[in-house]
Every structure is written in C-alpha cells, then in structure tokens.
Ligand binder design. Structure first.
Ligand SMILES: [Zn+2]
Ligand SMILES: [Zn+2]
Length: 292
C-alpha cells in the first residue's frame, strides 16, 4: 500500500511487527521507514526469539523521528499448546535473555539431526537427514517423514510402529523439545527490563470463562497485560479484552502483527483496530511499568 497515510495518525502506534530478523519480509530499517511514512508515532519491533533487529530499527527511528519500542515475541508452553508473550522496552543486549534464546533456537534447529543421530548410533539404521528432507519434499521436516523413511527401509512395518517404538513421546529415539514455561518467558522479559504482554489472546482458543482463567494464571505468573487490540480481532473481541484487562487490573497493548505483504498478505502495518492503529496513550501506560 506504499506510503499512504492513515487517517488521524497524529497520536497512533503499532506495537507488534516482525522484520527479517525473524520471519518478516522487511529489514528493520525498512519496516521503521514504512511505519514513519504511515504517520505512526511509535512502532514496536517484536521479532520471534531474537533481538537482532532492534539496534538497526532504533537507529532508523532516531534518523526519521519515530519512536521504536524495543521488543520481542517469545513462545511459551501452556496446557492447551503454546502462547506468545510480547516483551516491551527490553534491553536488546541483555545477556541472560540472549543466551537462553540462543540455546532454545539451537536445540530446536538441531532436533531433526539429533533424531537421525539416535537412529543411526543407537540402532544402526542407515538413514540420513538428506533422505528425510527429500521425503518432506520442501515441507518443514516432521516426525511422519522419519516414520516414512523407517518404513521405506524396512526397519518397521508401519508408520504406527515407527511412532510406537521409536518416534513417539517415550519412544527409543524420541528427542524432547526445549520449551519455555510462561514463568520463564515472563521472567526473561522482566530480567531484561521489559514489560510482558500476552499476544493475540484469541489464540488461547477457549471460551470466555476459559480465557479468563488462562489469563489469570498468566497474571499470577507475572504477566503485565494483554494485547487487547489486534488486527484479526472483531470489534467485540477488542471490547471483551479491554473489559477483562480492566477487571484484572492489567495493561493493554495493540498491534497488527505485520509480517510484510508476501508473508501475511491480509495484515497491514498500522491496522490494529480495524483499519486504524492503536492510540498512543496505550504506550505511555506500558512505558510506566518498564523495569529498566
Ligand atoms: Zn504470535
Ligand atoms: Zn507476532
């Protein structure tokens, strides 16, 4: 959408956007340039599991005259799956945060290789990661591709047997994922001076009562607020989350979760509440809770 300005953006912000430092399309400086061109007064840089884009974004923001809020988006393991927790005003060079994330990402990226090694070293199976990747055919490699390889080579009779004996949880070649608990994710954000906000609360995928319980538990774990305003919310979602935040006495934030035109084509930068950004006073409340 080029450099079109949004209506009434004199005090407008977008606190959730991704750059090439994680899975976004635009470099940090290009993202900041676009936010500035829209007329936003602040942009939150919230890449997944990395602070690598923040310094470049801060420099671009200083040049252009738009506030860049240094942030991050962490994945944490909860009962029903995963939740994403945003950190705002973090120190991008915090060593505890960076070293823990480096470990988690390395373990995640090396998981497939470690499964292959187990199958080769402990059971003498002649399979390779190249072979598994060929079976995946360009998809993200997952355990069914390993199971297919074991069947193809005759080490097991069925996919089910591959899972039961080797690949399933508790199986002989099972490699656990490294996951952050909500407590740890929130603690890392707080330790880096930041404010911890639950991203896109609809992803909890629960009814109203279940959502409130889950968010209350996260607040007990230290959560500071929820992303009550979100690109994919209906107006009634926003209203419900704003009400819940008031009830729980926690902060609210607002973001588009923009990744670029080619990555999530239906999500536009600055479109937080319908086609509008979030109001800037949201940011002032978050700023007042920063720990650095
Ligand atoms: Zn997310
Ligand atoms: Zn995101």
């Amino acid at each position: 959408m080029g450099d079109l300005r949004l209506p009434d953006t004199s005090r407008s912000i977008d606190l959730h956007a991704h750059t090439t430092a994680s899975d976004g399309q635009h470099s940090p400086s290009e993202l900041v340039r676009r936010a500035h061109a829209l007329g936003l007064t602040a942009i939150g840089i919230t890449d997944h599991d990395t602070t690598a884009g923040i310094v470049e974004a801060l420099e671009a923001g200083a040049d252009l005259g738009i506030e860049v809020v240094p942030g991050i988006e962490l994945s944490a393991e909860i009962e029903v799956g995963q939740c994403h927790i945003l950190g705002y005003f973090i120190d991008p060079s915090d060593t505890a945060l960076i070293s823990r994330l480096r470990y988690v990402v390395e373990m995640r990226n090396s998981r497939n290789g470690r499964i292959v090694n187990k199958l080769r070293d402990e059971f003498g199976f002649e399979i390779t990661l190249d072979e598994i990747e060929a079976i995946a055919g360009g998809d993200i490699v997952a355990r069914p591709h390993f199971a297919r390889a074991l069947v193809n080579r005759g080490y097991v009779a069925t996919m089910q047997e591959a899972f039961d004996v080797y690949l399933g949880k508790g199986g002989k070649a099972y490699v656990d994922r490294v996951r952050l608990s909500p407590e740890e994710a929130i603690g890392l954000i707080h330790g880096a001076g930041g404010v911890a906000i639950l991203a896109h609360p609809n992803n909890l995928k629960r009814d109203a009562a279940g959502t409130e319980t889950a968010i209350s538990e996260l607040v007990d774990a230290g959560l500071d607020g929820i992303e009550a305003r979100y690109n994919r919310h209906l107006p009634e979602d926003n209203a419900r989350y704003l009400q819940l935040a008031a009830k729980l006495g926690i902060l609210t934030s607002g973001g588009s979760d923009y990744h670029g035109e080619t990555v999530k084509a239906d999500v536009q930068l600055g479109h937080v509440e319908g086609a509008l950004p979030a109001p800037s006073d949201v940011l002032e409340e978050i700023r007042s809770k920063r720990r650095s």
